[in-house]
Design a protein. Structure first.
Length: 493
């Protein structure tokens, strides 16, 4: 690996700036990412978020860090509405389908894992669940009460935001001011137990019909949604850790509340770098089940959604996602996926050509500048679209070398091949399985037969037949190239 002259910079949502990344413990990174609430099939927008953090995880590993990546499963406590109201999402699904809540959890956890595997995202090192950490959550509620930042009402415990704000800055992550929050939130209804609308539940009393319940010092109940991430990140990564990620929509209130909870008990900021991945829109509009502007990963792979012209493989979808920076909004459409598929195929074919390039005694190009550009792109806040653009620059070079316009030594070709493989497979996480539901090994074999027939025709000076084979293939978009090592092919569009 060549030594990168640039160093990793990450955009920190907390400071609003790109910052030089220095882990707390040298060579080690602790990273926590908010995982899914497993009450329905995983949303394609969520898949984008998890792919973004998969890219972060992969690149940190590529740089030689030992990463402890924790991504939780929310299997209790996430209510329908942000203001601590409505039913628990998992309980509701269980009630509607007349099954156990844990059957709901199991079904959608399996779906989540299968989808993540299809997209070739690496599993986290620890995948803790909210229900597996009830004791830890109760302990945190006790500590926040002891510190004087929470109050108990009728078996529920709420975080006192105003009290916290007297000695801390509530809203530092989302940039919201508590005065505006008080101004903009609706007046509490008469039934509310909270002192102020911006207070949030740490522990909620379970009504008799609530099936997901645990005993606590305040009676039977269940934890508030924000609490689990504080409990699990502290348990596995410590009171202060390097990176906390999640979707943009979690910045407020979820992550703001996580900061408040942790600061209330530890008196320090829990996370050095906050990262937020932007959303995925569909045909220019926000994805929502309620409006029907929605698509599931499986519909994409099968081509079974009416907005699609054809199926798209998980690999092409991943390539499509990585062509946008994780902090930009990305719009998915059939046309955009088709364009990504073309680019993806060009990339595969270019990488294949690397193996067959002619070798020279000298190089006419310094490949280290190409390699350096990959590191520069990724060191600049994981800029995968720039990395992909740089890889396409290298593909141009590969074509020029194949055509004899530029030349490279065997050693340079080997080094380039090794680096490209590492960036494409290990960092971008592309499997380079053939897209378009074709199997290239059969195409390779069929082309080998045709190439051999053409060789035989040429050997017996039957140039009419050899040209006919070459031209017929070219008319179908397959170009034969004759080199020292024999004949190879590329796809031309
Ligand atoms: Zn979370």
């Amino acid at each position: 690996m060549i030594k990168a002259t640039s160093s990793l910079h990450i955009f920190n949502s907390l400071s609003g700036k790109k910052e030089h990344f220095t882990p707390i413990e040298e060579k080690h990174v602790g990273m926590y990412v908010c995982g899914p609430t497993v009450y329905s099939n995983v949303h394609l927008g969520n898949c984008r978020t998890f792919m973004s953090f998969d890219l972060v995880y992969r690149y940190l590993k590529h740089l030689g860090y030992t990463v402890r990546y924790v991504r939780n499963i929310t299997d209790a406590g996430h209510l329908e509405h942000d203001a601590d109201e409505g039913e628990d999402r998992i309980s509701k699904k269980a009630r509607l389908e007349q099954i156990e809540p844990m059957e709901v959890v199991q079904r959608y956890t399996v779906d989540f894992h299968q989808t993540m595997a299809a997209f070739n995202t690496l599993p986290p090192n620890i995948e803790p669940t909210a229900t597996g950490h009830i004791i830890e959550q109760i302990e945190i509620v006790k500590s926040i009460l002891d510190a004087g930042f929470a109050y108990e009402v009728n078996g529920s415990v709420y975080f006192d935001v105003q009290k916290f704000n007297e000695s801390n800055a509530y809203g530092e992550l989302s940039g919201r001011k508590i005065e505006d929050m008080i101004h903009n939130t609706r007046v509490l209804s008469g039934q509310s137990e909270k002192k102020a609308p911006q207070d949030f539940a740490l522990w909620k009393k379970a009504e008799p019909q609530h099936i997901m319940r645990w005993p606590s010092p305040w009676g039977d109940g269940f934890p508030g949604w924000h609490l689990e991430c504080t409990a699990m990140s502290t348990k596995y990564l410590g009171e202060q850790f390097d990176i906390h990620g999640g979707g943009m929509d979690l910045k407020f209130p979820h992550h703001e509340c996580e900061i408040a909870q942790a600061k209330a008990i530890n008196k320090k900021s829990p996370v050095n770098t906050w990262m937020h991945a932007n959303m995925l829109t569909l045909n220019g509009k926000k994805m929502a089940k309620s409006t029907g502007n929605n698509i599931l990963p499986n519909e994409l792979f099968e081509g079974s959604n009416p907005i699609l012209s054809k199926p798209f493989s998980p690999d092409v979808t991943r390539f499509f996602m990585l062509q946008a920076h994780y902090r930009s909004v990305l719009d998915l459409s059939s046309d955009a996926l088709e364009a990504a598929e073309k680019g993806y195929n060009r990339l595969i074919n270019g990488i294949k050509m690397l193996e067959h390039l002619p070798q020279s005694n000298k190089s006419s190009v310094d490949i280290d500048t190409h390699i350096q550009s990959y590191y520069d792109a990724m060191n600049d806040d994981f800029n995968s679209p720039v990395l992909i653009a740089q890889l396409f620059e290298t593909l141009k070079l590969i074509h020029k070398v194949a055509e004899g316009e530029e030349y490279l030594t065997g050693e340079a070709i080997k080094k380039l091949a090794k680096t490209i493989h590492s960036f494409v497979y290990d960092v971008l996480g592309l499997t380079l399985n053939v897209s378009n539901n074709e199997d290239n090994t059969y195409i390779d074999k069929a082309l080998e037969v045709l190439i051999e027939m053409r060789e035989q025709a040429r050997a017996s000076k039957d140039f009419a037949t050899s040209d006919q084979i070459r031209d017929a293939l070219l008319s179908k978009g397959i170009q034969l190239k004759d080199g020292k090592e024999g004949t190879s092919y590329t796809l031309v569009s």
